[in-house]
Design a protein around this ligand. Structure first.
Ligand code: FAD
Ligand code: NAD
Length: 452
């Protein structure tokens, strides 16, 4: 391939990079996006989408397997699962999305180029694809290289020691699985394998699972893990692996496989940023309100810029950067970024947590008092609003409950539009739905809840 000149070069076609490419193409910017892998990045290939596919499959299998023990009068004879077929189904979804993303970029007239990019200087990258090597010269460059799993030196990936990528492609359900790290990935995938029949042990260094969130929010998840016979070892550090056993400072754990999910690191190594004068923020690339780095003309978006490492944040940054390159007066002014942990039950957080901002109070509505929750046999969890005492502005909403992820948009919309308790309390919420819990939490804050 011969050298390329363009206005905008994007390195990485994950949610950050491909959205930036689509929007830039729509704005008529001559755009090239480079990735060494298939379009879609971590999220689409080995992250959000494959993990949610397996969560769905495991939920269905577990529900069917336990139907006879439930109160609904359904009886089922010992179902089984062929994990290789489940994985093939998941791979098919990924392929459809790879093709879809490639088509969307093409429709927007953004050019996708395969290869590995490395900066030569602030406006030029060297691209290597097999034996071919060429240069791309651009006026603006976006670094959207994402992140990779953190490896523990005493549990190097390979063989029975898995990162999330290998765990999403297992052909058989392991009899025993130890998960090191009880955060997002460890809990989502640990629950999958527990529902598929593995004996799962979660080893978490902090004193509780999902330590970013408060105890009230994570309690229903911990209770459900107990029901699923998952052993949770908190305040425990993994130390190594020997013949089917994970060694920890609190004793041995039987583990045919060990899934290590102790966080992700930015992919800044090997892309030549040492050649540039980019300022870092710890291991991440430092950015300003327009996602510009310390070097003029170079932007960074997504996981490579730090927490929260979420696909929808990367996408929003990508869209904004395309607008900025087009000369529009934009900057990052989002009030809140929702985060969903797809555990069982699911956890959603958006905006301020209780106690995070002075002068705020919080109020909860439990699903035990919600008719819809009763009809779905899932009364665990609650919705909570955090509001400012002076003007009743809603600054944060959290919830834990089965299927509650679908309400995350209502939470962020309320916060983004500056809703106050009275706005949500006066909005008609359809009956019977879990969403009534949000209205009730606001009414409760105002002192006149109706159903509690
Ligand atoms: P990435 O998606 O990591 O994409 C970066 C791309 O850059 C990759 O395709 C890579 O091949 C390419 N690249 C890197 N270096 C080079 C180079 N030198 N040359 C060429 N190409 C390069 N987030 C959510 O919001 N919701 C979820 O449910 C969720 N679930 C997840 C589940 C798992 C198991 C994992 C691992 C992550 C999950 N995430 C989830 C996080 C989400 O995947 C990331 O936040 C998101 O993918 C970040 O997007 P990005 O564009 O910054 O980078
Ligand atoms: P995480 O930061 O969510 O959790 C890592 C956990 O490992 C923490 O609880 C930490 O205390 C623990 N830990 C760290 N070192 C340890 C050790 N030596 N021994 C035992 N425990 C240890 O990280 P993750 O689960 O790897 O996920 C990475 C990122 O991917 C997340 O921060 C999130 O942004 C993103 N993600 C998001 C979703 C989602 O949105 N649903 C799903 C998966 C991943």
């Amino acid at each position: 391939m011969s050298d390329i000149k363009c206005k905008l070069l994007i390195i990485g076609a994950g949610p950050g990079g491909y959205v930036c490419a689509i929007r830039a193409g729509q704005l008529g910017i001559d755009t090239v996006v480079i990735d060494e892998a298939k379009p879609g990045g971590t999220c689409l290939n080995v992250g959000c989408i494959p993990s949610k596919a397996l969560i769905h499959a495991a939920d269905e299998f577990h529900k069917i397997s336990h139907a006879s023990q439930g109160p609904l009068g359904i009886s089922v004879e010992s179902p089984s699962i062929d994990l290789a077929r489940t994985i093939a189904w998941k791979d098919d979804i990924v392929t459809r999305l790879n093709t879809g993303v490639a088509a969307l970029m093409k429709k927007a007239k953004a050019r996708f180029v395969s290869g590995r990019a490395r900066f030569l200087d602030g406006k030029t990258v060297q691209v290597t694809d097999g034996d071919s090597s060429f240069k791309v010269h651009a006026e603006h460059v976006v670094v959207a290289t994402g992140s990779a799993p953190v490896e523990l030196p005493f549990l190097p990936f390979g063989g029975p020691i898995l990162s999330s990528t290998e765990a999403l492609a297992l052909a058989e359900v392991p009899k025993t699985l130890a998960v090191v790290g009880g955060g997002y990935i460890g809990l989502e995938l640990g629950t999958v394998f527990a529902k598929l029949g593995s004996k799962v042990t979660i080893v978490e260094a902090e004193d509780r699972i999902l330590p970013l969130y408060d105890k009230a929010l994570t309690r229903p998840v911990a209770q459900r893990l107990e029901e699923l016979d998952v052993t949770v070892m908190t305040g425990t550090k993994a130390a190594g692996y020997e013949e089917g056993t994970l060694k920890t400072d609190k004793g041995d754990v039987a583990a045919q496989k060990v899934l290590v999910t102790v966080g992700r690191r930015p992919r800044t190594i090997g892309i030549g940023i040492d050649e540039l004068a980019l300022t870092l923020d710890g291991p991440f690339i430092r950015i300003d309100k327009t996602c510009q780095t310390s070097m003029r003309g170079i932007y960074a978006i997504g996981d490579v810029t730090g927490e929260p490492m979420l696909a929808h944040r990367a996408m929003a940054q990508g869209e904004m950067v395309a607008e900025h390159v087009a000369g529009h007066p934009v900057e990052w002014d989002k009030q809140a970024i929702p985060a969903v942990c797809f555990t069982d039950p699911e956890v959603v957080t958006c905006g301020a947590l209780p106690g995070e901002i002075d002068g705020t109070k919080s109020s909860e509505f439990p699903f035990q008092a919600n008719g819809r929750a009763m009809t779905t046999e899932r009364e665990d969890g609650f919705i909570r609003v955090v509001w400012r005492e002076s003007d009743h502005a809603v600054l944060g909403i959290q919830a834990v409950g089965a299927g509650i992820s679908e309400m995350s948009a209502a939470f962020s919309l309320a916060i983004e539009m500056g809703a106050c308790l009275e706005d949500i309390g006066a909005t008609i919420h359809a009956h019977p739905t879990q969403s009534e819990g949000l209205q009730e939490a606001c009414l409760r804050a105002l002192g006149h809840a109706l159903h509690i």
